[in-house]
Every structure is written in C-alpha cells, then in structure tokens.
Design a protein around this ligand. Structure first.
Ligand code: NI
Ligand code: MN
Length: 224
C-alpha cells in the first residue's frame, strides 16, 4: 500500500480503501494536488480548522463517506454529504477500514465568512487499513500517547512538529518515543512562515531515542 503526504496535515492512504485525512489542498501553498483530482472512499477530518477541513465537503460530495466527530459530521451532513459522526474513544468500520477516534488537545471552530461554529472537540485518528496508521491531528504532547501506542500499536505515525499551534520538534520527538511506531513522519510544518521548522532537528532527536523517522516532501509517499 501507498501512503502519500500531500503537505501540511493531509495524507492519502491507498490501502483496502482510499482515504484522505485533512484534505487542505485549495490555498495550501506547499501542495500541487488539486481537490478535483482526489477520488477517495473516505474523507476523515480531525477538526474544524480550515487548514484541516479544507476541501472535505467538495471531495466527499463526489461519493465518499465523510468521517469526523459528531458536531462536524452534523455540519457536513447539512452541507449535503454522507457523513458518519463518532466521538473520542470510539471505533467505526467504513468499507474495509476500521477508524478509531483518539484525543487531541487543541481547539476546533469551523469558520465561515462572518460566522464561526463549534466543531466539537479536536481529535486524532488510528486508521487500520492493511497497516495501522496514527494521524495525531493538531495537538500538544500528552502522556496518553503512551496508551495510544500500547493499545493500537500503530506502524506509522504522522505527528505535527510546526510548534505555535501544535507540538514542536522537541515535544514531537517525545511523542514519537511514546507511540513507538515503526516509522514516524513529521507533518504540519513549513506550510506557512509561522510554522517554519527544521524537520531534521526532529529527526535527530527522535533517532537519538532509537526511532526511525522519514521526512517526506509534499506529494511524496511511502510504500509499505
Ligand atoms: Ni488546528
Ligand atoms: Mn492546523
């Protein structure tokens, strides 16, 4: 299977089902991929912020199942997509994929012109589709990441390292050591100047803890 990083927090999983997580493509300065090129079975969104929710509605309207926390799923279904709501700690099966929602410490408003809606709580996902993939969403470091590592034993972990809105490299290296995935991939950095980071700094700190880190360029993937 292929797992491709489309820049920022957006990953495309090509396993038993095709899944896109956090499809922020329009307006994303580091991706070349356009929303109308994306044809997937599942669109999963970690929280309401525009750099995650992105083109989710447009992509889901082309026949994908939209998955998010209850409040965001309700919002999406009002926009005319087939949405499945869930909440933190729960799992669902969509197609051949099992999706578990796990905690993230962040915020989750949905912004529209002149309006702001509550998007419930922010979340991360453990996605079991051939391989077990952890997408942390936007979050700080929290010690229950140890539990996520123990309970779900993810093989691949995508962790934000951009700082300011999420963990920075130092915290993310500790997160990686608690999750203990076979491969850890840094995300949510260098999209904008305010989250500029040196991914090699993260790589070095994580490798000192005995972990394997792969730094991808936007559009690049790993084959597992
Ligand atoms: Ni956010
Ligand atoms: Mn974000």
């Amino acid at each position: 299977m292929n797992i491709i990083w489309l820049g920022h927090s957006c990953i495309l999983i090509e396993g038993k089902d095709k899944i896109i997580v956090d499809p922020f493509l329009s307006g994303n300065p580091i991706t070349k991929k356009k929303a109308d090129e994306i044809d997937v079975d599942i669109v999963a969104v970690t929280h309401g912020h525009g750099d995650h929710f992105g083109d989710a509605i447009e992509i889901a309207k082309r026949g994908a199942t939209f998955v998010a926390i209850h409040e965001i799923a309700q919002y999406a279904s009002r926009k005319g997509v087939e949405a499945i709501g869930m909440n933190i700690g729960g799992s669902i099966v969509v197609g051949k994929t099992k999706i578990t929602m796990v905690p993230a410490f962040h915020s989750s408003g949905i912004e529209e012109t002149n309006f702001s809606f509550s998007g419930g709580d922010p979340a991360g996902f453990v996605i079991n589709s051939e391989k077990i993939i952890y997408h942390a969403g936007d979050t700080c470091l929290f010690s229950d990441m140890k539990l996520i590592g123990e309970l779900y034993a993810p093989q691949i972990a995508f962790l934000p390292i951009g700082d300011r809105y999420t963990m920075g490299p130092r915290e993310a290296a500790i997160a990686a050591s608690w999750i203990k995935a076979d491969i850890t991939i840094p995300i949510h950095y260098n999209t904008f100047p305010i989250i500029k980071q040196d991914a090699n700094e993260f790589k070095k700190m994580a490798e000192e803890k005995g972990l394997k880190v792969k730094i991808l360029n936007p559009g690049e993937g790993i084959e597992m």
